[in-house]
Design a protein around this ligand. Structure first.
Ligand code: ZN
Ligand code: ZN
Length: 299
């Protein structure tokens, strides 16, 4: 085993809890990449991260944590103040995030601990915490072992997609991101909205496929369906996710960032609607289920 993908939280927008959604899980976005190395690696810290924090506190095996942030919408960061390892002085954290023109990740992170937001003050965060600002399309390496590539997605602010390569295994995390179509340019530094820029749209779509080329497993935002897609809300659909995977020749697509209102039956339908199409192209398709672990290779 080189790298395993663990789905800690698979829901988008907000955590939710009712019987009809519990098959896939109600916690918001967080994943862990389990490596045979002396550090932990996470992407995003939604409510799915919290339970994992208690497990790590009970059985501390490593003290180094690397955390990649896609963006700072609540559903992706609300678990951090409740992540127990941040309160222990032996732990060392490195957060990797982009900044927007309006706020730095560091300010937003500590803003979570302000008394108007939370009763636990910032000075209780006893771990050593370092922040690294990262940029779209600027790869970097963690601990001389993990290659991380980034791409800006079509979502508000500066939202980063990640491609992770470790000892010959690859995965990508594309969430949150709306399909670009007729002027819905949502990210900072993208062309002005409302003026359709066909050249930019083509170049953006090509850049996503290129980014995913050769990746084995892609975790992709499929919050909407083709029927209820709201192009300005920054989220994609299973059909659009599959199109990118087909163009890139990936082996597996994991539907992710399930809408809070989508029941298990609705999520299942989303998989079944594109399952055969994917199989014909050699792409395995499944929906992200909280608690599942995936090897990044085909059986
Ligand atoms: Zn989200
Ligand atoms: Zn978002």
């Amino acid at each position: 085993m080189a790298m395993k993908l663990k789905l800690l939280g698979v829901r988008g927008s907000r955590p939710t809890h009712k019987d009809a959604i519990l098959g896939y899980g109600g916690n918001s976005t967080s994943i862990e990449l389990e490596l045979d190395s002396d550090f932990y690696l996470f992407i995003d810290g939604g409510s799915g991260l919290v339970q994992r924090g208690w497990e790590l506190t009970e059985k501390p095996e490593k003290s180094k944590f690397h955390v990649l942030i896609s963006h700072t919408h609540w559903d992706h960061i609300l678990g951090f103040p409740f992540f127990e390892p941040l309160y222990h002085p032996q732990n060392k954290f490195t957060f990797y995030a982009s900044n927007t023109s309006r706020a730095t990740f560091t300010d937003l992170f500590f803003g979570l601990q302000k008394s108007e937001n939370l009763p636990v003050p910032q000075n209780q965060l006893a771990a050593h915490i370092e922040f690294k600002t990262i940029l779209p399309a600027t790869p970097f390496v963690i601990e001389n072992l993990v290659k991380v590539s980034t791409i800006q997605l079509n979502h508000q602010g500066v939202t980063l997609g990640y491609r992770i390569e470790y000892r010959g295994e690859t995965m990508a995390f594309i969430s949150d991101s709306a399909p670009i179509d007729h002027g819905n340019y949502l990210g900072e530094n993208m062309p002005p909205c409302s003026i359709v820029n066909a050249e930019f749209e083509e170049q953006y779509n090509r850049s996503i496929s290129k980014f995913l080329a050769g990746v084995h497993t892609v975790v992709f935002d499929t919050h909407f369906s083709e029927k209820n897609l709201k192009p300005d809300w920054g989220h994609s659909t299973p059909e659009k996710a599959l199109q990118f995977c087909e163009m890139a020749g990936t082996k597996r697509l994991i539907l992710f960032h399930h809408a809070p209102e989508d029941t298990d039956a609705v999520v299942r339908q989303k998989v079944e609607a594109i399952l055969l199409k994917g199989l014909k192209k050699g792409i395995e398709i499944e929906a992200a289920r909280e608690g599942d672990t995936w090897l990044l290779r085909s059986a």
